[in-house]
Design a protein around this ligand. Structure first.
Ligand code: C5P
Length: 230
């Protein structure tokens, strides 16, 4: 598994200080809505300047009409990030249009589709999608796989079934990981690193348990130590 740290702090200064403290680790950095809307392209460049081996996951969860999504995906590819995501519920035409558009890029970023947000519980998920999380996430994953995406964002609890329904090589990126029993916050379906490993997760995403810790770099070292033993 490759650790992905969510940079969700209130200011660019704090995010960069966090990245600086983690520069000794060649890990993934997740840039989400908050940071990208506020700090944009310069923030991505600043992260790469701190450690050129940081891999960047731009978590903007695109959802729009196919052509608009493809236009945005192309701009994202030009930013030089390593991975980004779109919503699977945008549909298979949108997925195909995005992948077709990126096909001319030699080093295109990995493209993942969001299945079910990990903050959903079963009843609130059904309110929107009229199906249970597990079956809908699997359906979204099969659609994404069929359109040539690289993987999906899901919870640890769907990872194994998704790989069985698609391919073991189809990537799963899973937020809501609580390595040492930290508070779940607004996340519903939280898992440990051990469970994530058992369920075949490729990228565990961890935010608050790292950046709310008084010693984030030490916390990352502890997490990487656990990962190396799994
Ligand atoms: O702080 P925490 O570890 O819960 O952070 C999880 C991160 O993963 C947040 O940045 C959140 O936006 C993101 N995320 C998520 N669920 C998804 C996709 C992304 O929690 N399905």
């Amino acid at each position: 598994m490759e650790l992905c740290v969510a940079l969700d702090l209130p200011s660019q200064k704090e995010n960069l200080a966090l990245a600086e403290s983690l520069k000794g680790y060649d890990i993934w950095m997740k840039v989400g809505f908050r940071a990208y809307i506020r700090d944009g392209k310069a923030f991505i460049q600043a992260l790469k300047a701190i450690n050129p081996k940081f891999k960047i996951f731009l978590d903007l969860k695109l959802y729009d009409i196919p052509n608009t999504m493809a236009d945005a995906s192309e701009e994202i590819a030009k930013l030089g990030v390593d991975m980004f995501n779109i919503h699977a519920s945008a549909g298979s035409v949108a997925m195909k249009t995005v992948m077709d558009r990126l096909s001319s890029y030699e080093n295109r970023p990995l493209v993942l589709a969001v299945t079910a947000l990990t903050s959903f519980d079963e009843s609130h998920f059904k309110e929107v999608y009229e199906k249970g999380i597990q079956s809908k996430a699997e359906q979204f994953a099969k659609m994404s796989y069929a359109q040539g995406l690289d993987g999906v964002v899901c919870s640890t609890f769907e990872s194994r079934a998704i790989k069985e329904a698609t391919s073991q090589k189809f990537l799963t990126l899973c937020p809501a990981i609580r390595p040492f029993g930290e508070e779940a916050g607004d996340q519903e379906r939280v898992a440990t690193l051990e469970l994530a490993e058992q369920e075949g997760v490729d990228y565990p995403v961890i935010g608050r348990p790292i950046y709310n810790d008084s010693h984030p770099a030490q916390k990352v070292a502890e997490i990487l130590k656990v990962l190396s033993t799994l």
